[in-house]
Design a binder for this molecule. Structure first.
Ligand code: ARG
Ligand code: ZN
Length: 874
């Protein structure tokens, strides 16, 4: 049951129209589907009709309105086969019955807090009715939804509402929704329930009147304002930047509390994990606000990149996801600070995608095969997919990029497209050959680029030598060189701008490295420069630079590229952290070099851009350090190295930090805007470093901040600092927080996460205890991720315990969750992605835990796929 890209062929039948009648009932929902089918001219003429199902019960079946005799079809829960269907257009009427209440997989139609909702991507529609459940089958849908008026006063579907009313004398009512835009089944959605609503009108660029609405649990309407505002800003932005307009009379967003992913772009009816809708200053952090803004935008942008132009098959997932992530990143950059956002994007890419690329689950942005498609909603497909689009823009320039996007949307509108269609649009508008560039979609692994510089005093030239290598990944032992755009410049040591001209640097400032080795010479370079390469992180590669710490600190001080200023600070810190972790001696002058550079950065620059300063002053995480070391990792040593660095930096910069902390004190009402968030971020980083330098001072200050905080960002930041300081103050704060928020599940999630991340031996016991907390639920994905997921992903030291008990714990939970919700279980299991990099003892414990999982009978396909790939020899 491996699906391969090379085996793709068009289906034998097409569906033009779908009429659904859904009679909602908690345990016995009835669905009547009338499908207008016809043979696909591109398919086989004598093929049987095979419709996908998943745990379905067939109740009735008819062709052109006449019941089909028992001998003429075969129905099982996962398939409906009609051996001799008509060889002309016909209608197929299918009646199925499903039980939404016992649907704990949260795929198809299910109930969340008593409300009915759906999730059909990737293959959930087949859990509602038998269907050609593949994205290249696009149909126009009309959906009638019926439910008890009391149970579900609100009934929502895709498209526009065309009719609604009572079903006389039954206490039931109905609504009919029609979506005129042909779409694949994965974009189908419906919602029924008791929901509160906020709404506002929107007029599109061409004058179309649209109602924008957000539906939430009744009583939480005032927490949805920010989401609605973000939606409006997203719509304006897509009109302004990409000329993309909305195309229905309503745009509805519904927040549900049980959801496997972040959100879903169903046509005209986006369904969201409530975590990415609900926010108030009291209960959401600045990071929550930023995520809400980004995800609202992401799902809205899918209306063009995903819905109007959809994917031919699931191998093309990056066509919509990579592009849409790129678009939401651009939106956030425009709404906030571009350099700060870029750094945040790269931090996520490195923490998630680079790690994936370096481990057993590495795969190309466009995979060539899969066993379970749900396991490919990954950082590689999403984040690296977005980097490919960004590189394309860097290479061809803003104007041609925009022209290419226009051509892509125009050509592919209403179709199910491929990565080739996407690239062809850019090749056609620029006349460029993009075939080498296209390798980014098929070759996995993170290229490593080594850069060496040489200055020729006599000739006044500066030469840069490049070399690229991509390490082998599962299934791809031999790698080809990639087409890598290097945005670069030279920086003089005294900070004066250096006019440098390299003949092979394009008019956009890009040098294309497309061979294994290459070099570049700059003429008329008056003094020995410091090179600044991969400005703005122009390609998703790892870099080795032969620069001294001192030269890197020149970049921190003088580079015009903010990304590389930050990068320089992190590289120097990383070098020291790696030495400390390995027990190598570090030179006092290196430590001093960094702390005095940071000290002068704090006094000269910090207040100019607090958000940026917060990033510069944040040390690489334990996971970052582990990744940099790459093999025989000892997480305890890394933890202690980081504590030690934090102490030394904190002590060296103490005076300046204290001044900053006081100077940035909270003044007045909370606003989630980027500038205010930046001030809070800087102040909270400062607090953390001060606590590292002086635990008593840290505890006092954190306690004060915890008690006086006027918003969740500051409250949580102080708690995070307290978590590093064992003692009564910490436990007291934990209890106070619980007391205050015990009835707010989304806030309780933060409380779970906080404790799961405590870097001490007792944490595993604490996590186990919290699993019986009344606020915890093994069937709710947000709860499981915030407690168990955070333990495995955030607590490097305790998850990777030397005695293996962290691995055993995760294995146990994965197996338990798998019986309820395979997707969630498979996600948790990816925490084992770094096991081969651990030192020997840990490696063997991890392997045993994985073997135990893989050997369990009746595993879901989701979990067995991840377990097996994690174990494969590389
Ligand atoms: N298309 C959604 C998004 O990117 C993600 C849905 C994934 N769902 C799933 N079951 N794999 O916003
Ligand atoms: Zn998406």
């Amino acid at each position: 049951q491996i699906v391969r890209l090379e085996d793709y062929r068009p289906g034998d039948f097409l569906i033009d129209r779908v009429e659904l009648d859904v009679r909602l009932h908690p345990t016995a929902t009835r669905i009547t589907a009338i499908l207008a089918l016809r043979p696909n001219p591109e398919g086989r003429a004598d093929a049987p009709l095979r419709l996908d199902g998943d745990e379905l019960k067939l109740k009735a079946l008819a062709i052109d309105g006449r019941a089909l005799p028992a001998g003429e079809f075969e129905a099982s829960p996962q398939e409906l086969v009609i051996a001799q269907p008509p060889r002309r257009p016909f209608t197929l009427t299918i009646e199925t019955e499903i039980d939404p209440t016992s649907n704990t997989k949260l795929m198809g139609l299910y109930r969340s807090s008593g409300n009915y909702c759906t999730q059909c991507e990737a293959e959930g529609f087949r859990r509602i009715t038998y269907f050609l459940d593949r994205p290249d089958v696009m149909a126009v849908y009309t959906t009638r939804i019926e439910a008890g008026r009391d149970e579900a006063p609100v009934l929502l579907g895709n498209g526009n509402l065309v009719e609604s009313g009572d079903v006389d004398g039954t206490g039931r009512h109905f609504a009919v929704w029609h979506d005129p835009h042909p779409k694949p089944s994965y974009l189908f959605a419906l919602v029924g329930g008791r929901l509160g609503k906020i709404a506002k009108p929107f007029t599109t660029m061409s004058g179309r009147e649209v109602e924008l609405a957000v539906y939430v649990e009744p009583g939480k309407e005032n927490r949805a304002d920010y989401a609605l505002d973000a939606l409006e800003r997203s719509m304006r932005w897509d009109e302004r930047v990409f000329d993309r307009e909305y195309d229905l009379d309503v745009f509805n967003i519904v927040a549900v509390s049980d959801f496997n992913m972040g959100a879903m772009e169903n046509k005209g009816l986006n369904i969201f994990n409530d975590k990415y809708v609900l926010a108030s200053p009291e209960m959401a952090t600045d990071a929550d606000y930023a995520n809400i803004e980004a995800i609202i935008a992401h799902e809205y942008f899918h209306n063009w990149s995903g819905n109007r132009v959809t994917c031919r098959d699931w191998f093309q997932l990056c066509l919509k996801e990579g592009l849409t992530v790129f678009r939401d990143q651009e939106f956030s950059s425009d709404e906030r600070s571009r350099p700060v956002h870029r750094i945040a994007e790269v931090k996520t890419l490195r923490a998630r995608q680079f790690v994936e690329d370096a481990g057993p689950l590495a795969h190309p942005v466009r995979p060539a095969q899969y066993r379970e498609i749900n396991n490919f909603y990954t950082a590689t497909v999403y984040e690296k997919g977005a980097e490919i689009v960004r590189m394309l823009k860097t290479i061809i320039g803003d104007e041609d990029f925009r022209r290419g996007m226009d051509l892509y949307f125009e050509r592919c509108d209403g179709t199910a497209a491929t990565v080739e269609d996407f690239l062809r649009a850019f090749a056609d508008v620029t006349g460029r050959d993009l075939s080498h560039f296209a390798r980014w979609y098929v070759q996995s692994g993170t290229p490593r680029v080594t850069v060496r510089g040489a200055y020729d005093e006599g000739a006044k030239t500066y030469r840069l030598d490049f070399e690229q290598v991509t390490p082998p990944t599962p299934g791809q032992p031999v790698k080809e060189p990639m087409a890598i755009p290097v945005v670069l410049g030279l920086v003089a040591r005294d900070g004066r701008p250096l006019q440098a001209t390299g003949e092979r640097v394009s008019r956009h400032g890009v040098f294309m490295l497309d061979k294994t080795t290459d070099s570049l010479t700059f003429e008329d370079v008056a003094t020995p420069p410091v090179p600044s390469v991969f400005r703005g992180f122009s390609a998703p590669v790892k870099t080795s630079l032969d620069l001294s710490n001192e030269e890197l600190l020149v970049l921190l001080r003088h580079d015009t590229d903010a990304f590389n200023r930050w990068e320089a600070s992190q590289t120097v810190a990383m070098r020291l952290l790696v030495s400390l972790s390995k027990g190598d001696p570090i030179l006092d002058e290196d430590m001093l070099g960094l702390s005095s550079a940071l000290n002068s950065f704090i006094s000269n620059d910090a207040m100019r851009d607090p958000a940026f300063a917060a990033l510069v002053l944040t040390l690489p995480s334990e996971a970052d350090i582990a990744q940099e070391i790459g093999r025989d990792i000892d997480p305890d040593a890394i933890h202690h190295a980081r504590i030690e660095m934090r102490r030394r930096i904190g002590q060296a910069c103490r005076g300046n930090l204290q001044e900053l902390y006081t100077g940035l004190a909270d003044t007045g009402a909370y606003s989630p805007d980027a500038a205010s968030a930046g001030r809070r971020a800087l102040r909270n980083v400062t607090l953390d470093l001060l606590a590292g330098a002086d635990p008593d001072l840290g505890e006092r200050t954190a306690r004060e901040q915890f008690e006086s905080a006027s918003n969740m960002t500051d409250r949580l930041a102080s708690l995070n600092v307290l978590m590093t300081l064992p003692g009564d103050a910490r436990e007291h704060a934990i209890d106070t927080f619980e007391e205050r928020y015990r009835d707010e599940p989304l806030v309780l999630d933060k409380w779970f996460t906080l404790q799961a991340a405590i870097p001490e031996d007792a944490t595993l016991k604490r996590v186990r205890r919290l699993m019986s907390h009344p606020g915890f639920s093994i069937s709710n994905p947000n709860r499981v991720r915030s407690l168990v997921g955070s333990f495995a992903m955030l607590n490097q030291m305790q998850f990777n315990r030397a005695d293996g008990s962290g691995y055993d714990f995760l294995a146990e939970i994965v197996l338990r969750v798998d019986e309820l919700n395979p997707q969630l279980a498979a996600r948790l299991l990816t925490a084992f992605g770094t096991w081969r990099m651990m030192e020997k003892m840990r490696r063997s414990h991890a392997k045993n835990a994985l073997l135990r999982i893989a050997g369990k009978p009746n595993l879901s396909r989701d979990v067995s796929d991840i377990a097996q790939r994690s174990l494969e020899e590389q």
